[in-house]
Design a protein around this ligand. Sequence first.
Ligand code: PLP
Length: 283
Amino acid sequence: MDIAFLNGSFLPKNEIRISPDDRGFLFADGIYEVVRWYKGFFYDMTSHMTRLKRSMKEIRISWAEADTFPDIAQQLITANNLQESPSLVYLQVTRGAAKRTHAFPFPSVTPTVYAFAMSFRPDSITMASGIGVSMQKDIRWSRCDIKSVSLLPNVLSFQEARERGNHECIFVRDGLITEGAHSNIFFVIEGVLYTHPESENILSGVTRKNVLRLAREAGIRVSETALPESGINEIDEAFITNTSSEVAPVISINGRIVGDGTPGRITTILQKRFSGEILAMKV
Ligand code: PLP
């Protein structure tokens, strides 16, 4: 039986009830976070906590017990017997349940806090051989830096990419490549690693940040500069990053082969450095 967390209690997931007046349900008025459990530890919980608090601040939700999240996540792993399996813990915080009106509830209500854990294993074959992505117009809002649960544009775009036989949708806004529907994207051109700079047009990925650090540590030249859509003709390598897939090589974009159609040299170095870091943390 799956155990989940709701507003201070750990309960069988199938007993969890959330109000139909919850603003997460009515307005997607909430934020979320996803952390990865690697059999013994959460990867970079500190950065996930920083982003969680920032997301809440930006949308003016206050969950006073936010600092208890690492403990909640750990308890979910234990309660679901996931200590020995690679897993993800999902957390969602909404503004709470109140009579439906756009304005924030007054007086304010307590936020709804929901979390669950699930066993997860990245698709290692795809991670080794690489994925295809499609480039699509960025139809999202202008605050993509907030990890909002309002993901309809991401859902529709990702589905379209899937139906075109691809594993991710890469967004293009004003002629510039921003990020994926649930990942950040990197390119290599003549040995330099490019990715979109932090801005309101991308989510500041925890994996993005750590991959940039690993690249700098490896002596790879890095430029946090957005690639124009036309720059796609120049690229030697590409990869996406996120908490679940870590570093996933991109071997085709809109059906056009990247490099020689296999994971590139710098991509492979960064994949190895990332998994090396995880292995070293396991001691
Ligand atoms: N960009 C978007 C839109 C995302 O949804 C995600 C993760 O879900 C990322 C980037 C990557 O973020 P992280 O590396 O923190 O998982």
